[in-house]
Write a protein that binds this ligand. Structure first.
Ligand SMILES: Nc1ncnc2c1ncn2[C@@H]1O[C@H](COS(=O)(=O)NC(=O)[C@@H](N)CO)[C@@H](O)[C@H]1O
Length: 143
C-alpha cells in the first residue's frame, strides 16, 4: 500500500464519471464531500496487500494515527487514489481494505470521511505547507 498524506486547510471533491464498470454504489449525498482542517490520505492499495489485508489495514491505521497526532489532526479523509503505484490490487480487494481502514479510524475516535471508490472526481485541496504537511508511507505485508 502506498499513502500520500497531506495536512490541509480543506479537501473537497465532486464525483464526475464512472472510472470502473462497477464503481461503489453511492447516495446522492456522497456525490460531493468536504472536510476542513483535515489530514488527507491518498491511498493506492497494491497487489501485494492482498496477501494479508488485515495486517495492511492495521499498519495503515497505525501510520495514519501517528501522523495525525504529529500534525494534531482529528479529521481524516481516506481518498482512493490509483496513481501512487503501478501494481494495483483488484478493485474488490482495494475497496474492502479502504473500508476497513475507514472503520478502524472511526473506532479510534477520528472524524473520518472516505471519498467514493471507482469514480473520476474533481477535487480541491489546500495544503498547509508546514514541514510535516506532505508525507508518504509505504506498507508491505510481512515486512
Ligand atoms: N488498487 C486501488 N487502490 C485505490 N483505488 C483504486 C484501486 N483500484 C481502483 N481504484 C479506484 O477506481 C478508480 C479507477 O481505478 S483505475 O485503476 O484508475 N482504473 C481506471 O481508471 C479505468 N478507467 C481504466 O483502468 C480509481 O480512481 C479509484 O477510485
Amino acid at each position: 500500500m502506498r499513502m500520500l498524506l497531506i495536512h490541509s486547510d480543506y479537501l473537497e471533491y465532486e464525483v464526475k464519471d464512472k472510472a470502473l464498470k462497477k464503481p461503489e454504489e453511492i447516495s446522492e449525498e456522497q456525490k460531493k464531500g468536504r472536510l476542513d482542517e483535515v489530514l488527507a490520505v491518498f491511498v493506492s492499495v497494491e497487489k501485494v496487500d492482498e496477501q494479508n489485508p488485515e495486517e495492511v489495514v492495521e499498519k495503515a491505521v497505525a501510520e495514519i494515527k501517528d501522523v495525525a497526532s504529529q500534525v494534531k489532526a482529528q479529521n481524516i479523509f481516506v481518498y482512493p487514489f490509483a496513481h501512487l503505484s503501478s501494481e494495483l490490487a483488484s478493485p474488490d480487494a482495494a475497496l474492502k481494505i479502504l473500508k476497513a481502514v475507514e472503520e478502524k479510524l472511526k473506532e479510534e475516535g477520528f472524524n473520518v470521511k472516505r471519498a467514493p471508490f471507482g469514480y473520476y472526481k474533481a477535487f480541491k485541496l489546500s495544503c498547509k505547507g508546514h514541514p510535516l504537511a506532505e508525507l508518504s508511507r509505504t506498507i508491505v505485508p510481512g515486512e
